[in-house]
Design a protein around this ligand. Structure first.
Ligand SMILES: NC(=O)C1=CN([C@@H]2O[C@H](COP(=O)(O)OP(=O)(O)OC[C@H]3O[C@@H](n4cnc5c(N)ncnc54)[C@H](OP(=O)(O)O)[C@@H]3O)[C@@H](O)[C@H]2O)C=CC1
Ligand SMILES: O=C(O)C1=NCCCC1
Length: 158
């Protein structure tokens, strides 16, 4: 038996990065990370290694957790006061929160932005609102898996 946390962190961020490599806007200057836990850190590491962003932003429910997140980093990251501020104008958005209700609304998002929606991995968890789910082009790695596990897909009915 081995602890899979480190592998899960790297593997999940790697899959998100592949999605961004294939689907992000041609000009992607601003990266926004919602959440400041383990997945936020692994996504930050992988995304900033592979892509060149002019600005990186982070938002998390508890501001002190955001401050702790950025204190560990060598490059500057902007701590945002709200999800709306964080995602406004962002080209690439990573959602890695433990939210169970939608925190990300369609009306705040720049047209064409790429969202790697990671956190809502249980049938009754949400990160993205219904309008966003309906308006977005949704890509999944497994249709069966998404319809069994993704709260954003199951509860929005897309
Ligand atoms: N799709 C996949 O393959 C995978 C999905 N996951 C999921 O990704 C999410 C993040 O994982 P991980 O980084 O390891 O977890 P952590 O516990 O390390 O971090 C959780 C983050 O979510 C935030 N958060 C918790 N509850 C809420 C809420 N109700 N509303 C908004 N933010 C909230 C926390 O914010 P704060 O500290 O500021 O309160 C924290 O920043 C989890 O939901 C996890 O289950 C994880 C691995 C793989
Ligand atoms: O390994 C995975 O995949 C996980 N998905 C969701 C919750 C934590 C692990």
């Amino acid at each position: 038996m081995m602890d899979g946390e480190a592998i899960t962190a790297i593997r999940t961020a790697a899959v998100s990065a592949i999605s961004a490599k294939l689907l992000r806007p041609l000009v992607s200057d601003v990266l926004c990370i919602l959440g400041s836990g383990q997945q936020a850190r692994s996504h930050y590491d992988v995304f900033t290694k592979i892509f060149k962003f002019k600005e990186v932003r982070v938002w998390s429910r508890r501001r002190e957790m955001c401050e702790r997140f950025v204190a560990d980093l060598e490059e500057p990251v902007v701590v945002c006061r709200s999800v709306r501020d964080a995602v406004s104008g962002a080209d690439v958005i990573v959602t890695v929160t433990g939210a169970t209700e939608p925190i990300l609304r369609a009306e705040w998002i720049k047209s064409g932005a790429h969202i790697a929606a990671v956190g809502a991995c249980r049938p009754d968890w949400r990160e993205l609102d219904d309008v966003l789910m309906r308006e977005a082009l949704v890509y999944v790695d497994s249709r069966d898996g998404a319809h069994a596990e993704s709260g954003d897909i199951i509860l929005s009915g897309v």
